[in-house]
Design a protein around this ligand. Sequence first.
Ligand SMILES: Nc1ncnc2c1ncn2[C@@H]1O[C@H](COP(=O)(O)OP(=O)(O)OP(=O)(O)O)[C@@H](O)[C@H]1O
Ligand SMILES: [Mg+2]
Length: 471
Amino acid sequence: MAHPDLSGLSLLIAGGGPDAFTAVEEAFKEYGGAVFRVDVPGDALKFVAHRAVDVVLADAALFAQFNRKTQELVDSLTRKAVVYLATDSSKGDAAEILAPGVEDYINKQIDPMRFIQMVETRLIKRQGGSTALTVTDPLINKLRPYFLFRSPAMRAALENLPSVAASNQTVLISGETGTGKEIVARAIHVLSKRAGGPFMAVNCGAIPEGLIEGELFGHEKGAFTGAAKTRKGKFEAASNGTLFLDEIGDMPLLLQVRLLRVLEERHIYRVGGERPIPINVRVIAATRVGLKQAVADGLFREDLYYRLNILRIHLPPLRQRVEDIPYLAFHFLGRAFAEMGVHPPYPPLSTASIDLIEGLPWKGNVRELRNVMTRVATVLPHDTKQVLPIHLTPHLEDTEPQPHIFQTHERELIRDGIYIPIGTTLPEAENIIIRETLKHAGNNRTQTAKILRIGIRTLRRKLSETGQIDP
Ligand SMILES: Nc1ncnc2c1ncn2[C@@H]1O[C@H](COP(=O)(O)OP(=O)(O)OP(=O)(O)O)[C@@H](O)[C@H]1O
Ligand SMILES: [Mg+2]
């Protein structure tokens, strides 16, 4: 059976007595989650006020003792986490506290795996925090160490990757910048019979025209002035492995002819060399531009195009696989936190944040998303419980929201105003207002106090109270 992955998720167990829920606790930990315990509902509230938890599993009978307060408690908890109430069905206490907002009522004796499944389905639906959807799909699982995705569009694009990898044919990978062409090329190499051999990459767009030939095929001693020694090119260096020709569309026409011949005849000539050198190399080419158009424009040879195009993988841009956006975003956040030495659980993206990033065009695709998330993680205040749009917008300077998702006035609001999502408490809202105004005023407190029409001392007190900034 597929192995659940709860890493990064945390569970708070409230009440139930020392012996209750131990099976759930153990299973949750075994699959990488963190578990905390409190004895009374009040402590659960205090706990979630200071730490981010994803799931609360609370003893319903215990909550019921709080009578009228139960709904209030549940309300506060459900804003911070997904709450399950465990009932002892024989006593029928579920009916007593049919609290709206509770995700589900479960039996105290629930099978721990069943509970874990519920949590995965519920929490992983939009958040990238774990991998419930992915573990059931062998293709996604196989590529996971190299390449993360969960969208049907990407799945369709990579459907044939294992068989492509198994063959020895030339592959052409196309896609906008930052869609992952190079890691797909590496994945093909690693999953192929050539995995033990080298993977060599040549960026045809980055090497001056006159040097590409020598770079690819090497040169003989004395081939030209300054060629004091014989030098092997990338084709020879990639022997028994894979040669990745990046930006193949930038290859000069003359060299295209030579490349075609090499692919057909399977041997090369070093520059200035007379002797054919047999090569055993698999070629993977990548292009950002539509090569077919380049052929039509006379910039790319048609015969080479057809020779390269035998096996084709096209990677769709990120905006056409929206399901991958929160998933990758959370992955990159987590990676940045880990690199900073921060321990999990990491603050999740709020629903509003997910809506925001799902609506952006991401012209730089996954690379751009990674860079934004790295910046967000780096400057996120330590006690942040959720990544809110307010944390994201300062890092989205060049990323215009798509017009059909955000109306102009809403966009302006996000740009010049302060975004406070529904569900924010009054004290939290105040913190956000103060923090953002302070940022706007370039950390000038006098100015900030003036804008907020409060005294500088009041501002100082509020800042020190919330522990955001030292007084
Ligand atoms: N699905 C993915 N999962 C994890 N990381 C990804 C994914 N797609 C892209 N990346 C990361 O995004 C960055 C850009 O990917 P890559 O270099 O493969 O893009 P590219 O298509 O070759 O871009 P370019 O055309 O600009 O060269 C890399 O750091 C890569 O690790
Ligand atoms: Mg690349």
